[in-house]
Design a protein around this ligand. Structure first.
Ligand code: WTA
Length: 664
């Protein structure tokens, strides 16, 4: 069970922002033209879904191809859910075969732009052929229904190809973000017990080569389940790689002789589709398990409604496929809907800070889905970069991953959306699989900073410590009542942790999200961030415990406490308070060494922004670390100038001042 954090603490921390939000009086209505053409334009959809949720979701499921129809729409045996019970389908069939039987065979499925500027367009016909061939490659390597395949690739078309090939065979994929370290990759491969790893010789990031194959070699040294490693050639000569005879194979060599057709497996609706690891409140990431039928119904429907998908759209979600946003809204949702998706390999500021706007102009992108942290960076870089480009093709904007502050929302609206595009602020999680709280762009009046209200068919509520619903105008914990099709089914190999993490707080019928939220008098939801030990750094979930255990693993460190401090661009930044072992001297070099150590253990995304040395960690009498004090110190409230913290006695003295106040 996650440790409880008193709500007041969270509320107090964000009270200023919330007050500001409550003064937010700007309203944005969808234009009559947008409303007129919108996929969802009938407001009765909410009442219809609430009155008959099963009928509502069954109707959504009819959009897909089923080998055999379900016998029961949902079975809710709290906290265990099943959807479309008895139904049979294949995800890759739904994303490909269905479309190639129509004119969409020659429609672009993926428009890919490499960081150095190469272009590749794969039609649905091309993608179908590549996926079939690669499914045969995997089969040849002995991959069968139910097996696990790990994928550690940059943002290149081979990544969705590999995922869909797994789905075709009924094998589970575990995609690991390319920014993770060898050790993180190893932990995930071993938990999943993957047979095959798919990687590349390297990837490009801001013009430099990320040594993915070297990392993979390092990881696989201690992965007894891995029998074969398939390597995509992406950077060629620039990557110094070693090939292990018998284990390593080039992707292009294996593909040369692969047969053009691989029959899709008829999967049960409840058969697993994939696991994706995410940080929780403990040091060990959780393997979130998603299944076939409900997941695809959920992501296809929400992608269609929230992004108002039309046949002619060029849709661009800027996430990395290594995160759930990429799984649901680059791969499965868009392809199930026959959408043309743009996929960009690199960084938004390479070779220049107008790269995104250049791409939008070049491909006439109509829908852009990105993260608030990116928007805040763009704001910081200046209005001149978007102003240099024709962005008039855009008609809809989206955000995801963290709360968006009204200033960033307004900047996005004015400078990217040309004041004409609706913005959908979408709240969801790796666990929810699909968007749950968001405007419907043709219906909802938006307010900058609010994700507005739960989607049709979704029952979200805000409750107090006791689980009582908080009246309008109040704040508390965001919970979900009742199941939804794309919800996680369990944590891989750890059903007890599934129960305790999500259903331990308010009983088996109420899913606890870990987020704090307020609801205004009109019923709009305002998300306030995590209330547990999970940080949100540039939209990435990182657990404080995970970083703490990386730190204490270093021989110089006796004890460590990590907090997320407010950061104007990243949302939160990692601050670590470290007590060194006796005899170890504090120094600037030690700070760098410890930062590097965390980066090596977890990945660059977990590298602390600052490290403070302290003779002891401030604790309550019951031994709990006073995180609020640490946050005040890190954010400069307790001390003014935090550089004075070089004196390791400072935190101890502060603790005296704070008395025995608790802070979880
Ligand atoms: C946060 C990403 C506010 C939230 C899809 C959640 C958000 C966590 C929003 C999940 C949003 C995501 N407004 N907060 N629109 N979207 N979050 O699993 O704290 O990487 O619990 O999934 O991100 O992060 P995850």
């Amino acid at each position: 069970m996650d440790e409880k954090v008193p709500l007041e603490q969270k509320t107090e921390q964000s009270s200023k922002t919330i007050e500001a939000l409550y003064r937010e009086e700007r309203r944005f209505e969808p234009s009559p033209a947008f409303r007129h053409h919108a996929v969802v334009s009938d407001p009765s959809i909410y009442e219809k879904a609430a009155a008959d949720p099963e009928g509502f979701w069954a109707e959504q499921a009819e959009h897909l191809h089923w080998y055999k129809k379900w016998e029961q729409v949902r079975k809710w045996d709290p906290p265990w859910a099943q959807w479309f019970v008895g139904g049979k389908l294949n995800v890759s069939y739904n994303c490909l075969d269905r479309h190639v039987e129509t004119w969409r065979r020659n429609k672009a499925a993926i428009i890919w732009e490499g960081e150095p500027g190469e272009e590749r367009v794969l039609t649905y016909g091309d993608l179908y052929r590549e996926v079939n061939k690669f499914a045969n490659v995997l089969k040849h390597l002995g991959v069968r229904r139910g097996d696990r395949v790990a994928i550690y690739l940059p943002m290149i078309p081979e990544l969705p190809i590999a995922m869909l090939a797994c789905a075709r065979l009924g094998a589970l994929h575990t995609v690991v973000f390319g920014g993770f370290s060898p050790e993180s990759l190893r932990g995930r491969i071993n938990d999943a017990e993957a047979k095959v790893l798919i990687t590349s010789d390297g990837g490009y990031r801001r013009g430099t080569v990320v040594p993915l194959k070297q990392n993979a070699d390092e990881a696989v040294k201690e992965c007894p389940s891995i029998r074969d490693v398939v390597v995509v050639r992406r950077v060629g000569e620039a990557a110094k790689i070693h090939f292990q005879e018998g284990r390593d194979h080039w992707w292009h060599t294996l593909m040369k002789d692969a047969a053009l057709y691989c029959p899709p497996e008829e999967m049960d609706a409840e058969d697993p589709l994939y696991t994706l690891y995410t940080s929780g409140t403990t040091a060990k990431p959780k393997g979130i398990l998603h299944t076939t039928g409900g997941y695809l119904v959920g992501v296809a429907a929400t992608h269609r409604w929230v992004f108002d998908i039309r046949e002619e759209d060029v849709y661009w979600c800027t996430a990395d496929i290594g995160w759930v946003t990429g799984h649901s809204y680059i791969v499965y949702g868009p392809l199930a809907n026959g959408t043309t998706s743009l996929m960009y390999e690199g960084s938004p500021d390479w070779p220049a800070k107008d790269r995104f706007w250049q791409i939008i102009e070049k491909y006439r992108v109509t829908i852009l889905y990105t993260a608030p942290t990116a928007i805040r960076s763009f704001m910081g870089w200046g209005d001149q970069f978007p102003a240099q480009h024709d962005l008039t093709s855009l008609r809809l904007l989206g955000t995801v991953g963290e709360p968006i502050n009204p200033e960033a929302w307004m900047w996005y609206h004015d400078h990217i959306g040309g004041k004409r595009c609706p913005i959908v602020d979408t709240w969801w999680q790796t666990e929810t699989g699909m968007i749950l709280i968001s405007p419907l762009p043709g219906l909802t009046t938006t307010k900058p900073g609010s994700a507005t209200r739960p989607l049709p068919g979704i029952e979200a509520d805000i409750v107090d410590e006791q689980g009582q619903s908080v009246p309008l105008g109040g704040g508390g914990y965001l919970v979900l009542k009742g199941p939804w099709p794309a919800m996680l089914r369990t944590i891989y190999k750890d059903p007890d942790r599934y129960v305790s993490t999500y259903f331990g707080r308010y009983g088996p019928k109420v899913y606890f999200t870990g987020d704090g939220a307020k609801r205004d008098t009109e019923g709009y939801f305002w998300l306030m961030g995590r209330v547990d030990d999970v940080m949100n750094v540039s939209g990435h979930r990182i657990s404080t415990t995970e970083v703490e255990s990386a730190l204490v693993n270093h021989p110089s460190v006796a004890e460590a406490a990590v907090i997320g401090k407010a950061h104007s661009i990243k949302g939160q930044a990692i601050s670590a308070f470290v007590t060194l072992r006796a005899g170890v001297a504090t120094s600037k070099e030690k700070v760098d060494e410890l930062k590097r150590h965390v980066q090596e253990k977890i990945g660059a995304l977990a590298r602390p922004e600052d490290i403070f040395f302290t003779a002891e960690l401030p604790k309550t009498r019951s031994g709990k670390i006073m995180r609020r004090l640490l946050r005040d110190v890190a954010e400069g409230r307790a001390l003014g100038d935090t550089t004075t913290l070089a004196d390791p006695a400072v935190v101890a003295r502060l603790r005296e001042q704070y008395g025995e106040e608790s802070g979880a």
